[in-house]
Unconditional design. Structure first.
Length: 141
C-alpha cells in the first residue's frame, strides 16, 4: 500500500516557517504567522524539504510570541513530540503525579518524553541514571 507522495517526491514531514498565503475558507491563520507542524510527506501530500509547501491547517500550530525556541528549531519537535505523547499519555495512560522510567532519554523521542513526564509531575522527584560502563560525567545525578 502506497502512503507517500508520487515520485519524484519532496520528502520530510516536520516543518516550520512563515505563512505566505492562506487559502479560501481558512480561519485562525494569516499571512506572516509563524507556524510549525508535521504536515507533509504522507497520504499523497508533498513534504517539507522545499521553499514552499501546501499544508493542511489541522496539522499546523502557531508559534506564539512567548516561545523561547527559535522558529527554525521548532521543526525538530512535531514528530518526536507526537510519538512521545502518544506513548506516554495516549497508550500508557500516564497521569499527573505518576512515576515513569524512560529508557534512551538522550534520543529524539526520549528527551521529549522526559520533558512531558516532568510536565505531568511538576515539582516531583526526577533522576538521571546511566550505566557504569558509560564514560563521562552524568549531569543531573
Amino acid at each position: 500500500m502506497k502512503t507517500g507522495p508520487a515520485m519524484p517526491a519532496i520528502l520530510n514531514g516536520d516543518v516550520s516557517g512563515v505563512v505566505d498565503k492562506v487559502g479560501p475558507g481558512v480561519t485562525g491563520f494569516a499571512e506572516g504567522d509563524e507556524v510549525f507542524g508535521c504536515a507533509g510527506g504522507v497520504k499523497g501530500w508533498q513534504g517539507a524539504l522545499a521553499d514552499y509547501m501546501i499544508a493542511d491547517v489541522r496539522l499546523l500550530g502557531k508559534r506564539t510570541p512567548g516561545m523561547s525556541l527559535p522558529l527554525a528549531e521548532c521543526a525538530a519537535l512535531p514528530l518526536v513530540f507526537l510519538t512521545a505523547w502518544s506513548a506516554l499519555v495516549d497508550r500508557a495512560g500516564l497521569q499527573s503525579g505518576e512515576h515513569v522510567l524512560i529508557h534512551a532519554g538522550t534520543g529524539g523521542v526520549g528527551h521529549v518524553a522526559i520533558q512531558i513526564a516532568k510536565y505531568l509531575r511538576p515539582g516531583g522527584d526526577h533522576g538521571l541514571f546511566r550505566s557504569e560502563s558509560r564514560a563521562g560525567p552524568c549531569f543531573g545525578c
